[in-house]
Write a protein that binds this ligand. Structure first.
Ligand code: FAD
Ligand code: NAP
Length: 314
């Protein structure tokens, strides 16, 4: 067990965490990042990223995150591979315990633990992740120009993803396990009125089929849960839109969370309900789940932390 003491502890190593680290290091705050189990965050789950500014050609998600890490390390950010399992925000300095029995104490904390997409749990889903299976239409829709795609889910996200994909795809099949959508009525109407969208009701995906060379999705095997019949659907891409959950379990009863478990912050700010504790990126109910937005939010959190620390030393 080691003890780490830092002015600014950053929990999470996604775009929000690394950007917070870069800004806090340049402010002379000697930040420390605790990586969590997914070093680099959600972008490491994808292949081509082509909407992060500064990269004229698509860049692999893992590579982009490695570059961010390198930039943070070059500026002097301390990096510890570990996972926080317990926090104490009642006393100052704040303290956090980790999976590896380390104790971290900090004057300010930036939480950047992100959110996790819910997945169907099929082996084929993991096999083709980034090769026809996606969790983000805004990120990957562009790659399906003129192609046939499917979206699974019946909530607002699925409806939004399906509608967005009609801007690129030849056809969009929405697959839902029940016979009514959970999405808001207005979203439902937009889906029903869009001639490019077909709906497979009462269906679950049994298998995502594909080829190995080139590695790509070619279809789905659907099972109708009413009559147990199965059918094959030829598609080039499947977007999983069955919800996300914020990685905030350890902050329950320590910070104010909204009904969906996201950390509540003040408007246009990363300040949580506890002075000196900030939240950045997907962990604070993002309207848009995008890396550049998470990075911007990490920057805000670091600047706010700097201001807050300076105000205490006056
Ligand atoms: P995350 O990236 O989720 O990082 C969270 C970090 O917190 C991880 O490092 C994790 O290990 C750490 N963590 C969690 N719990 C703990 C803990 N208890 N202790 C310590 N650390 C912890 N966006 C785009 O802009 N362009 C794209 O092309 C794009 N493609 C995507 C493709 C996929 C498949 C997915 C899932 C997302 C994609 N996104 C894309 C969205 C983008 O990845 C997210 O918006 C962004 O990563 C959010 O950044 P974040 O730093 O808030 O959190
Ligand atoms: P959600 O509302 O929880 O919907 C998830 C959908 O996925 C549900 O239809 C659910 O089916 C289905 N589903 C869950 N697990 C599944 C599984 N294993 N297999 C197949 N289907 C599965 O999630 P969301 O759509 O991401 O929305 C989350 C929150 O954000 C909601 O409050 C939503 O209103 C909000 N949001 C709002 C907007 C907007 O206002 N523009 C946009 C996006 C999100 P069942 O219906 O059968 O449970």
């Amino acid at each position: 067990m080691a003890q780490y003491k830092t002015p600014v502890l950053i929990i999470g190593s996604g775009p929000a965490g690394y950007t917070a680290g870069i800004y806090a290091a340049r402010a002379g705050l000697k930040p420390l990042i605790v990586s969590g189990g997914q070093i680099g965050g959600q972008l490491t789950l994808t292949t081509d990223v082509e909407n992060y500014p500064g990269f004229p050609e698509p860049i692999n998600g893992g590579e982009l995150m490695e570059l961010m890490k390198q930039q943070a390390l070059n500026l002097g950010v301390e990096f510890v591979e570990d996972k926080i399992i317990e926090v104490d925000f009642k006393q100052h300095p704040f303290s956090c315990n980790s999976e590896n029995y380390n104790l971290f104490t900090a004057d300010a904390i930036i939480i950047a633990t992100g959110a996790s997409a819910r997945w169907l749990g099929l082996e084929s889903e993991q096999k083709y992740l980034g090769f026809g299976v996606s969790g983000c239409a805004t990120c990957d829709g562009f790659f399906y120009r003129g192609k046939d795609v499917a979206v699974v889910g019946g909530g607002n996200t699925a409806a939004e993803e399906a509608l967005y994909l009609t801007n690129f795809a030849k056809s969009v099949t929405l697959i839902h396990r029940r016979d009514t959508l959970r999405a808001d009525k207005i979203m439902q109407q937009r889906v029903f009125n869009n001639p490019k969208i077909a709906i497979e009701w009462n269906c679950v995906i049994e298998e995502i089929t594909g080829s190995d060379s080139p590695k790509s999705v070619t279809g789905l095997r659907l099972r109708n849960i009413k009559d147990d019949s199965t059918k094959e659907l030829k598609i080039d891409g499947i977007f999983i839109a069955i919800g996300h959950h914020p990685n905030t379990e350890i902050f329950q009863n320590h910070l104010e969370l909204d009904n969906n478990g996201y950390i509540v912050t003040q408007p246009d700010s990363c300040q949580t309900n506890i002075a000196g504790v900030f939240a950045a990126g997907d962990v604070k109910a993002p309207e848009f789940r995008q890396a550049v937005i998470a990075a911007g939010s990490g920057c805000t959190a670091a600047l706010e932390a700097e201001r807050w620390l300076n105000s205490r030393h006056l």
